[in-house]
Design a protein around this ligand. Structure first.
Ligand code: CP
Length: 308
């Protein structure tokens, strides 16, 4: 039963519950008009203490397409956080006005604190370099829709695997499916955190390798998940500048890839996928952004318990 629950990290959902959400998202994709009144009379609050285009606006589009209403703020400076209000006090106040909230915050654990401070469902829309579970729902729906299954494939995750919260959440979620091989492609300084390597990959006996060169592994991949180097998480600008162009996917590298590869990216893209790649049929990152709206529609319906 998902009604009334919060979503803070992917493991909050069982594989069966994930399937329920993805199945509903499929139904919405096929027949969106059936859901135009699903959230009539309900209000979604979007509390964004960090910048966002896709997550905030796809949440808002999702609620509007379900017939609900939206309110919120898009920067900490335009809320009373600027006066020193805590996340706990903010969410208790928002719960007086809204039925469900999505929160993005630069501090790891902020969404959990919010969820613990209210009975209203709270959705983590990204907490620091930690987790981004609704991006994971987006990624799972995209992979399942385009590859037909969440089992039996090799996925390359490339770029900033240290700070990239979408990567951490996706590895956690995929760890529960069968026969997935993880190829982790990053500079030495941007490898996945120890807790992902030890507690998820090694502990679950998953097949994985860590490499530095995309060219050496691209031919074996079924899914390539590119990520940007997360400038906002670096302590020092010189390190960011040195590492920011570690990977640039271009047509020359794609020559070596499978014809049915799918290229994903949570976006925003900075420089890590050449614009020329956008025309290649394997480029799926804008489709992915659209799936993000549909899966958030499904999630909102499930957490509010308004499914017919
Ligand atoms: N993928 C993602 O989280 O994008 P935004 O930062 O634009 O929300």
């Amino acid at each position: 039963m998902l009604k009334g629950r919060s979503l803070i990290e992917p493991m909050d959902l069982s594989v069966e519950e994930l399937k329920e959400i993805l199945d509903l998202a499929d139904k919405i994709v096929d027949n969106p008009l059936e859901y135009v009144d699903a959230c009539k009379g309900k209000i979604l609050a979007t509390l964004f203490y960090e910048p966002s285009t896709r997550t905030r606006l796809s949440f808002e589009a999702a609620m509007l397409r379900l017939g609900g209403a939206i309110m919120g703020f898009s920067s900490a400076n335009s809320s009373s956080a600027a006066k020193g209000e805590s996340v706990a006090d903010t969410i208790r106040t928002i719960a007086c006005y809204a039925d469900i909230a999505a929160i993005r915050h630069p501090k790891e654990g902020a969404a959990k604190v919010a969820a613990m401070s209210t009975d209203m469902p709270v959705i983590n829309a990204g907490d620091g370099g930690h987790q981004h579970p609704t991006q994971t729902l987006t990624d799972l729906l995209t992979i399942r829709s385009l590859k037909g299954s969440l089992d039996n494939f090799t996925i390359g995750l490339c770029g900033d695997l240290k700070f990239g919260r979408t990567v951490h959440s996706l590895i956690k979620a995929l760890s529960r499916y069968s026969n997935i091989k993880f190829v982790l492609i990053s500079p030495d300084e941007l490898k996945v955190p120890e807790y992902i390597r030890e507690d998820i990959l090694i502990k679950n006996g998953l097949e994985f390798e860590e490499v530095e060169r995309l060219e050496n592994v691209i031919s074996q991949l079924d899914v390539l998940y590119m990520t940007r180097v997360q400038r906002e998480r670096f302590f020092n600008e010189a390190d960011y500048i040195r590492l920011k162009d570690s990977y640039i996917l271009d047509m020359e590298k794609l020559e070596m890839a499978k014809k049915d590869l799918i290229i994903l990216h949570p976006l925003p893209r900075v420089n890590e996928i050449s614009i020329e790649v956008d025309k290649d049929p394997r480029a799926s990152y804008f489709k992915q952004a659209k799936y993000g709206m549909f899966v958030r529609m499904a999630l909102i319906i499930k957490l509010l318990g308004v499914e017919k």
